[in-house]
Design a protein around this ligand. Structure first.
Ligand SMILES: NC(=O)c1ccc[n+]([C@@H]2O[C@H](COP(=O)([O-])OP(=O)(O)OC[C@H]3O[C@@H](n4cnc5c(N)ncnc54)[C@H](OP(=O)(O)O)[C@@H]3O)[C@@H](O)[C@H]2O)c1
Length: 227
């Protein structure tokens, strides 16, 4: 049975990914801020088997990330894939960006993937197989007025992923990053950008790299510009 750890499954791209994985009969460990926020996704997965595990974690908190990774390993065993999907954006000019908002975006978007991966890596290395997929953003290739902290965090996660990929050489493991453009989710609301793809299209690509693509994609950055 495929075992997957997925963050940010309450809505949007994460929910679409959870639904696709559940259709394949995967055992899911859904890492979410609160169990109430995951309710929608859990309801949609009610009739699927196996029942998803629900692990509460505020990704802004470093100990919470470490505890979530440990709980997922304890309750599910070594995953076949970790999908770092959760993300947050605060659209503000540089002058209006508070330290708290800067640090929250860095913590959720860039630091959490490092902490969760670091905790799980020994088990993955022992298994000699496993994929670590990051949902970054096309914002990791450019600058955007009004979201400097978000863009910086997405460039950071790609830099982290590429360095991790170098450390994973010859291990049987792989990591990569999907860089979507504008997706029709709550995150896009109020951005002024027109949606260019659906969450399910991104989910389809996530599954491809998490389950099927050759591990020769290690270190790869997959850009999705949309239609
Ligand atoms: N939408 C786009 O246009 C777009 C484009 C490029 C990349 N992306 C990336 O795609 C990923 C998914 O985004 P989306 O569009 O599906 O956005 P979304 O609908 O806003 O979903 C964001 C997810 O992240 C979770 N999350 C946020 N803060 C968290 C925290 N402190 N602790 C735990 N979970 C937290 C949310 O959980 P709660 O429900 O508990 O808040 C939610 O499940 C993100 O990494 C985003 O940056 C999105």
């Amino acid at each position: 049975m495929i075992k997957v750890v997925l963050t940010g499954a309450s809505r949007g791209i994460g929910k679409a990914t959870a639904l696709r994985l559940a259709k394949l009969g995967a055992q899911l460990a859904l890492v979410g801020q609160h169990s109430e926020s995951l309710k929608d996704t859990l309801d949609a997965l009610e009739s699927t088997a196996p029942k998803p595990l629900c692990i509460e974690c505020d990704l802004r908190d470093h100990q919470s990330c470490i505890d979530a990774a440990t709980a997922a390993l304890d309750q599910m065993g070594t995953p076949d894939a970790i999908i770092h999907n959760a993300g947050a954006i605060f659209r503000q000019s540089v002058e209006d960006t508070t330290l708290e908002h800067w640090e929250a975006q860095m913590a959720i978007n860039a630091r959490a993937p490092f902490l969760i991966t670091r905790e799980m890596l020994p088990a993955l290395r022992e298994a000699g197989t496993g994929r670590i997929v990051h949902v970054a953003s096309i914002s990791a290739t450019l600058g955007t007025a009004g979201s400097a902290a978000y863009n910086a965090s997405k460039w950071a996660v790609v830099g982290w992923m590429k360095s991790l990929a170098e450390e994973l050489r010859d291990s049987g493991l792989m990591t990569c990053a999907i860089l979507p453009g504008s997706v029709s989710t709550r995150m896009l609301e109020g951005s002024g950008f027109e949606a260019r793809m659906t969450p399910d299209e991104v989910a389809q690509s996530i599954l491809h790299y998490a389950l099927d693509a050759p591990i020769a994609h290690n270190g790869g950055v997959i850009e999705m510009f949309g239609v």
